[in-house]
Write a protein that binds this ligand. Sequence first.
Ligand SMILES: NC(=O)c1ccc[n+]([C@@H]2O[C@H](COP(=O)([O-])OP(=O)(O)OC[C@H]3O[C@@H](n4cnc5c(N)ncnc54)[C@H](O)[C@@H]3O)[C@@H](O)[C@H]2O)c1
Length: 318
Amino acid sequence: MSLPSKNAIWRVLVTGGAGFVGSRLVRRIETDWENADVTVIDDFRSGDFKNLEGFRGELIANDLADIDLNKLIQANDFDAIFHLASITDTRVMDQRKMCWDNIESFKRLLEFARNRQIPITYASSAATYGIDGKVNVETDERKPANVYGFSKVQLENLAAKYLREPDLAGWKLNAVRYFNVYGPHEQHKGAMASMIYQLYLQMTGGKRPRVFKSGEQQRDFVHVDDAVQCTLLAMNSAKPGVFNTGSGEAKSFNDVIAQLNKALGLSLEAEYIDNPFPFFQPFTQADLSRSKAELGYEPKYYLETGIAQYVKWLQERS
Ligand SMILES: NC(=O)c1ccc[n+]([C@@H]2O[C@H](COP(=O)([O-])OP(=O)(O)OC[C@H]3O[C@@H](n4cnc5c(N)ncnc54)[C@H](O)[C@@H]3O)[C@@H](O)[C@H]2O)c1
């Protein structure tokens, strides 16, 4: 599908819509499409009702891995589905739970949508690449280092399996592999919120920012509004695919501290601590060639502008 015109009635289902990225996506859809009719499914295991302030659609507060969607809603009600619901706490070590909840949720959604082949854009993750320390292209081998990343690989495999069915070959099932997303509405995530927010809290709390020695580990930090932009564009893609969703630049924790100091008018020095994790990711960066060429994705934020915008947003609310 191509995205509808701005005054069209657009009927959209967003799973995980009370979460960080999902709620930002819901807000963007309801802002840009005044006649959008949005249904959110979220069981609030890691979401927050405050993220849905001003939401004007229907909320179904249920576990996606546990409901018969057809009994609650009709496939005919939707033009597009964005699937963001997932266990997002990467520290969850219960492998059965991580796999059951994440995979079963997606399977139920696929079965719900298959007859009408409603386009689905679903959240995958850079965690599918594992710890290989290089710039990742979508064709790289997937080597997840934790069960969270493993569950995302299974989502991609499941989508590919459906697309191998002859009558489903043209179905628009698109994965967006998010890198490190940061920005407004992640506050409810606590320890799972971005490193940028963790360092912001330390620095505005009067502490020196603490990072693992020597602060030179690099990440592809992507602003949530860019992640939302890429997610909407993926719904618009001409053919099914998997799309890296990052900023395209790798920045170090020291860079983050420098930008936070600048945005906050501080000059705090980092406190470097020993890293207790033997498998800490040294480097992530998204190669955006495919997302740019096939989706027309162009990130709007560099780290400096993204942090400046985010700090302004946080300070207006404190
Ligand atoms: N934030 C990131 O940096 C990042 C990076 C890579 C991938 N992702 C993916 O993006 C998506 C959104 O992540 P987020 O950062 O907004 O996390 P989040 O935890 O804020 O949002 C996830 C939402 O899904 C809901 N949920 C989880 N399982 C559910 C289920 N079975 N039924 C109904 N609701 C359920 C939660 O209550 C929550 O509101 C997730 O799929 C996540 O894996 C995020």
